[in-house]
Ligand binder design. Structure first.
Ligand code: BGC
Length: 743
């Protein structure tokens, strides 16, 4: 809930400049059916020459073209050289774009509304830059909390990830931009990612790792990116069981094209094309032979393979048709903006950078709203928060920690350092930090306006921090931790993509402990890409903890929104926070395989990730999956479960705001299967949100469809509902269950 007065007061802080340079990013377009799109694609393919077809399925110009990925145009037929571009949290590497919060922040909102709105805003910026395909969303489950790219996706739970996939893709494609679900599949750690062998059994695959991609297909996703790693012994991009005509994606109705991750074609052109790969990226990134079609492996020799019959020409036609069909479906054949930036010059220089800004006040607002609504209030002793602006006059407040500062923009366009505040991880999933409004700016403005006497110690030096905190009425300590993509990029703070451990960086915990030792009202703000150890969480002098996660560029304003109560926090943890890695039941494999080479990683934990593992093994995390406090309280009553005629179960219940201020609740539905089903004790199967003024109630209805009550049955290769009694758990988190019923 956002009281208007405070919004006006705080609006001044959103200093990210909103510029509109006349780009009509939301231009209307005619959405076609897949049938219409395929008819048009077929007609076009009939007119294409062999070289033109090869040009459309092979990347070109990695070091000279304007986008992260490019294919050749067919100018005579009005087909542009498709522009494929990162990343899942906003356009990079360029200027004039919004630094949106990453996937994990969208997940922490537990809000389909915001997931969709984020997708629309992302799509508008990609369209405005002339990008045909957004290289996202990332749908890799956070199998281990240290996984380097976990923050790009939506956490360890397949249901939440699936819903986020559906909403994000629907949003992106609603403005005519193609979305690309990645990375298919079992791309769950950075170490050895170029070839590790993930061994995943059939049921685990369907219920966990494939499930979000199934939801992506249901959202009509245009493309799927096959991953670097091997899946059950075969490289993903030439794995017919995954991408072939009878592979999982096609059996589930996927219509679009399969594109390789950048350099993920480890086999011959014929192997890849015949297995089901439709487009290779980035094509000529390894310049052997010097020619533009000389990709190292993969589709580089496709032309001769087609001429010799190794790859049937009908297969090449199918590849091109699948590439063109989503382009026609989303109306990109008419009035689509031309590329107006140049990824080769991320600083915006050069003649091909047309200095087009796609930022807008609406995008700044959505970035800020998601940042605020993804902040999870983990602790609030004796109502330490919200800070009452009226009561701050003359109060002494110290701001402590280098995480309060503006990030160092010299770190590079992949955000590969953690110098200043942490807004999202590094690698291809990062975005522009250009317009970041750091906590220090927003805190200074808001605390100053409230009459507080503000001082600061903007390093992680614990002696300096304690000195600054001593004698203060309030100490706000900001700490962080980061992770990212291994790739060819540098390690950050000694971490090769995946984190080395679950500790805060730069001795953050020591800083908090030192400050709390001298200040009895220590408020901790954690910026983190995933679970992190917080041994000081129970310290009496730590009165409040805001787990602000990875908030994107509007980090400062969003933090102030929550601190002062303009936004009553409603973020929910999209992963559990336990005290040690062992509580999660998985590891990051860092050792090579035997005798030397890529390791085999057995997914022996099967369905048991995060809360599913902890519930099974009676491990009580410090803060559980789905947890988050509010400045008000909510009561749950009146559970009703009714069988519907369509084999669904309709679950309804009421939620009342039982506190004194308006707030937002995110009720969650977990399902317990009959024991014979072999499922975890409970699995997320529903979530919703409602804003309620004090005293108000709302009735919720959540429907469990038959798939949500089924398990994957390997013999029949289908979802089958097991017989027996199910338990419905409705509550405020995975462990704060308020209502229970059976059917
Ligand atoms: C990443 C992809 C990314 C691509 C292009 C790869 O290394 O795994 O997620 O889209 O590079 O930058």
């Amino acid at each position: 809930m956002r009281p208007l007065g405070l919004i006006c007061f705080l609006a001044a802080i959103a200093t990210g400049v909103a510029r509109n340079d006349g780009i009509d990013a939301s231009a209307s377009f005619t959405l076609r059916s897949w049938d219409e799109a395929f008819a048009l694609a077929n007609a076009t393919v009939a007119q294409l020459k062999l070289d033109e077809k090869i040009g459309l399925v092979t990347g070109v110009g990695q070091f000279s073209s304007r986008c992260v990925g490019n294919v050749n145009p067919v100018a005579r037929l009005g087909i542009p050289g498709f522009c494929l571009n990162d990343g899942p949290a906003g356009v990079r590497p360029t200027k004039g774009v919004t630094g949106f919060p990453p996937g994990i922040a969208a997940a922490a909102t537990f809000s389909r509304r915001l997931m969709r709105a984020r997708g629309v805003a992302l799509g508008e910026e990609f369209r405005g830059k002339g990008i045909n395909m957004h290289l996202g969303p990332a749908l890799d489950l956070m199998r281990n909390p240290k996984a380097g790219r976990g923050w790009e996706s939506f956490g360890p739970d397949p249901y939440l990830t699936g819903e986020a996939a559906f909403e994000t893709i629907t949003g992106i494609q609603s403005v005519g931009v193609m979305a690309c679900a990645k990375h298919y599949i079992a791309n769950n750690q950075e170490h050895w990612r170029y070839g590790l062998i993930a061994e995943v059994d059939d049921r685990t695959m369907h219920e966990m790792y494939h499930y979000p991609f199934l939801r992506a297909i249901e959202a009509n996703v245009s493309s799927v990116m096959c991953a670097y790693n091997q899946f059950n012994g075969t490289s993903s991009c030439h794995n017919a069981a995954l991408i072939g005509p009878n592979g999982l994606l096609r059996k589930d109705g996927f219509q679009g094209y399969i594109v390789s991750d950048w350099g993920a074609t480890h086999d011959s052109a014929a192997d890849n094309a015949n297995a089901g790969l439709d487009m290779e990226m980035p094509g000529d990134y390894i310049l052997i032979g010097g020619g533009t079609f000389n990709s190292f492996l993969g589709l580089g020799s496709l032309k001769s393979d087609v001429n010799s019959g190794k790859v049937p020409s009908s297969r090449l036609d199918q590849m091109v048709t699948r590439i063109l069909a989503p382009w026609y479906r989303l109306g990109q054949d008419s009035g689509y903006p031309a590329v107006n930036f140049d990824a080769q010059h991320s600083d915006g220089s050069g003649p091909n950078n047309l200095d087009v800004s796609v930022r807008s006040t609406a995008h700044t607002a959505i970035a800020r709203e998601i940042a605020a609504d993804s902040a999870v209030l983990l602790k609030n002793k004796a109502d330490a928060l919200p800070l009452k602006s009226a009561g701050m006059d003359g109060k002494r407040v110290a701001i402590i920690g280098k995480d309060a500062l503006m990030p160092n923009l010299k770190c590079g366009d992949l955000n590969e350092c953690d110098d200043g505040t942490m807004t999202l991880g590094w690698g291809s999933g990062s975005n522009s930090l250009e317009f970041t409004v750091p906590p220090i700016t927003a805190l200074n403005e808001s605390l100053g306006a409230a009459g507080a006497v503000v001082s600061a110690s903007l390093s992680n030096d614990k002696t300096a921090g304690a000195k600054a905190a001593k004698g203060q009425d309030v100490a706000i300590v900001l700490v962080n931790v980061m992770s990212g993509e291994l790739g060819f990029y540098q390690t950050v703070n000694g971490n090769e993509g995946d984190r080395n451990d679950l500790e805060l960086w730069f001795a953050g915990s020591d800083l908090v402990t030192a400050v709390a030792a001298v200040c009895s009202n220590t408020i901790v703000v954690v910026h983190s890409i995933g679970p992190v150890n917080m041994p000081w969480a129970t310290n009496e002098n730590v009165t409040a903890i805001i787990f602000a996660g990875a908030p994107g560029e509007q980090t400062g304003p969003a933090l102030v929104d929550v601190l002062f109560g303009a936004v009553n926090p409603s973020g929910r943890l999209p992963y559990s926070i336990a005290d040690d890695e062992a509580s999660y039941g998985t590891t990051i494999v860092t050792a090579p395989g035997f005798p030397l080479g890529f390791p085999v990683i057995n997914y022996t934990e099967r369905l048991l990730l995060d809360y599913r593992y902890m519930d099974t093994h009676a491990i009580i995390p410090r803060f559980e999956y789905g947890f988050g406090l509010s400045y008000t309280t909510f009561e749950y009553t009146g559970l009703s479960i009714i069988s519907s005629a369509t084999n669904s179960q309709v679950v309804s219940f009421s939620v009342k705001n039982a506190g004194a201020v308006a707030g937002t609740e995110k009720p969650q539905l977990y399902l317990g299967y009959p024991p014979s089903a072999g499922e975890p004790p409970k699995v997320l199967r529903g979530f919703d949100e409602v804003q309620l003024v004090a005293g108000a109630s709302q009735r919720f209805v959540m429907t469990l469809g038959s798939r949500e009550m089924s398990v994957w049955d390997t013999p029949s290769q289908s979802f089958v509902r097991p017989p027996g009694t199910f338990t419905v758990f409705v509550g405020a988190s995975s462990r704060d269950i308020r209502l229970t019923g059976t059917f």
